[in-house]
Write a protein that binds this ligand. Structure first.
Ligand code: DP6
Length: 343
């Protein structure tokens, strides 16, 4: 094989997203097909930036995450996606990915990571795939990543094809449809004890409430879409909080129960409800970790953020707004270590 072109690289980036109607459970583990749909908002500034380049023939693939070489599991997940798109035989690749927010802390880093990787691989191998196909590809890496391909509000379609070709997200409303803010109250930035993949599969297999949870999703998707269409904050909050709590209830009812909430998570939920009772436009959601995400209209962001920062147990807050979809482009120059002649 000829040495590939080494003096340029791809820079891809994608934002995390937060689900308003949650995804929790797969109907096919291997193809990562969800049991039901989901709906999310893509969040700026939470970003994964991924650089991709070819390496000189003879070198090994190199996968780096947040400045260190990826462990075997992460490496395998990343390279599985490369194998799926790359024409065989392929040159070795160097992929280095950096998150600007805590990895694996229930802040959806796998979503932005696999969305960036999908658009990045597509550019590296010059495949020019359509966005639905890129969303399928991202889904194979992580279910929630399928939604991060899109800016603004996106809906994941569970699809019905056995090969998963119709299980991808679609754009619902662009990022400027509704100026909402999401303030993340970080109560623990460390990795979660049970990751989403294992937590949802354990829930599916052992929770007597799993089927009941899946049954809630279709109606919640409709309610969320109509709330978004009408920019009805109260209605959106109602569906988002119930989807969140019903997802967690199904997980807690697994055997043994999967519990992502901490005491401080519940304290923050109670506080958000008190604020709402006092007339503040706020609602909460929580993913597979203890951190609480608080939605509010853009104009109340400073008030909500300051109030959250004053609460015991809140280590810091991250202010987010609706973000754009995943992008990738070529940049000049090699990545270090890819050409043995120059190292
Ligand atoms: C609670 O997308 O991380 O954030 O498909 O196994 O990678 P895998 O799971 P992942 O699960 C996300 C779960 C959630 C809810 C959501 O984002 O919809």
């Amino acid at each position: 094989m000829q040495n590939p072109e080494l003096n340029r690289h791809v820079v891809a980036s994608a934002h995390a997203n937060i689900a308003l109607v949650k995804y929790w459970g797969k109907r096919d583990k291997k193809l990562n097909l969800p049991c039901a749909g989901s709906l999310s908002l893509t969040l700026s500034p939470l970003t994964t930036r991924t650089e991709l380049a070819f390496r000189a023939v003879g070198l090994d693939d190199l996968v780096e995450i947040d400045g260190t070489e990826a462990d075997a599991r992460a490496r395998q997940r990343v390279l599985a996606l490369v194998e799926r798109v790359a024409p065989a035989p392929r040159p070795p690749v160097h992929i280095r990915s950096v998150n600007d927010f805590p990895t694996a802390a229930g802040l959806a880093s796998s979503a932005s990571a696999f969305a960036a990787l999908s658009v990045g691989c597509d550019r590296l191998f010059e495949l020019n795939s359509d966005v639905a196909h890129l969303s399928v590809l991202a889904r194979l890496g992580s279910g929630s990543a399928a939604r991060s391909l899109f800016g603004g509000f996106a809906e994941m379609k569970p699809g019905s094809a056995s090969d998963g070709s119709d299980a991808h997200a679609v754009a619902l409303f662009p990022k400027d449809h509704w100026p909402l803010s999401v303030v993340i109250a970080v109560v623990d930035a460390g990795p979660k004890p049970v990751g989403s993949t294992d937590g949802m599969e354990h829930t599916r297999l052992t929770s007597p409430y799993f089927a009941a949870w899946v049954d809630t999703v279709a109606a919640d998707l409709e309610a969320a879409k109509s709330a978004l269409r009408d920019r009805d904050f109260k209605a959106l909050g109602q569906v988002a909080e119930r989807s969140c709590l019903q997802m967690h209830a199904s997980a807690m009812a697994a055997d043994p129960g999967v519990l992502y909430f901490r005491g401080v998570t519940l304290d923050l939920i109670a506080q958000v409800r008190r604020w709402r009772a006092a007339g503040w436009p706020v609602f909460f959601t929580v993913d597979a970790g203890p951190n609480v995400k608080v939605f509010c209209p853009a104009e109340s962001t400073a008030t909500v953020e300051t109030a959250l920062q004053a609460l015991p147990g809140v280590q810091r807050t991250i202010r987010c707004v609706p973000g754009s979809g995943a992008v990738a482009q070529w940049a000049e120059g090699s990545l270090p270590g890819n050409n043995p002649t120059f190292v």
